[in-house]
Design a protein around this ligand. Sequence first.
Ligand SMILES: Cc1cc2nc3c(=O)[nH]c(=O)nc-3n(C[C@H](O)[C@H](O)[C@H](O)COP(=O)(O)O)c2cc1C
Length: 229
Amino acid sequence: MNLEEQIYIRKSCRKYGDEEIDMNQIHEFMSQVKPLKDGTDYHYEILTLDDVNNLARFSAPYYLALYVDKKENYMDIGFIFQQLCLYLQSIGIGSCWVGMASPKKKSSDFVISIAFGKSNDLTRPRNKFKRKSLSEISDAEDEMLIPAQLAPSSINSQPWYFKHSDNGFDVYKAKQNIIKRQFMKKWNSIDVGIALAHMYVANENSFEFNKKANFEDVKGHTYVGSIRI
Ligand SMILES: Cc1cc2nc3c(=O)[nH]c(=O)nc-3n(C[C@H](O)[C@H](O)[C@H](O)COP(=O)(O)O)c2cc1C
């Protein structure tokens, strides 16, 4: 199982078959998933389409409903569950984060869903990724950032920015205008967590995340933490 190679061929899957899936594969993967930091209280539920209010333009046989204790931990949700998405792809199961699908059973700690199911439409060549350039997402173009560059994000907003620091990068999230802020704020925290998951998977042995007390401001952005890779 090589998760890193999935980063360079992945795509959001929107065409699913209805074959059954052994959900133990998911539970086993989740029992050893890497958290971004200790102490985040989260859980997930596996639902079928019947259990979901789905406003997205496509549907899937299964949905993961994700729950977390605090809004400050949305980034952790992106970090944790993007690892699962890469794993699912490595075993022939497609997935797509969906902001527009939620469980019929309401719960105040619900964050977001991930649609998933067996698929044979899982991958694409590298030249089909539509992404910002490396120099747009960093203070200096750096190929170390390709895994983050290729990460999925809500409406492909790619709200991440990386500033070189002594031994890695300081990481920032783009501030949205007042109209987009209401919903993008939640999704953009998840997006940055997803990009950090790609940085972790590509640098599994050396990756560290921490928050500095002193960091430089970047105009139009909020500091979210620093990584060593
Ligand atoms: C937090 C989040 C929410 C998303 N919500 C939706 C959605 O509601 N409907 C949809 O079709 N795609 C959704 N997507 C998928 C993005 O549109 C997709 O990741 C982006 O366009 C980049 O394409 P790619 O994933 O194929 O690389 C979402 C992605 C993320 C990360």
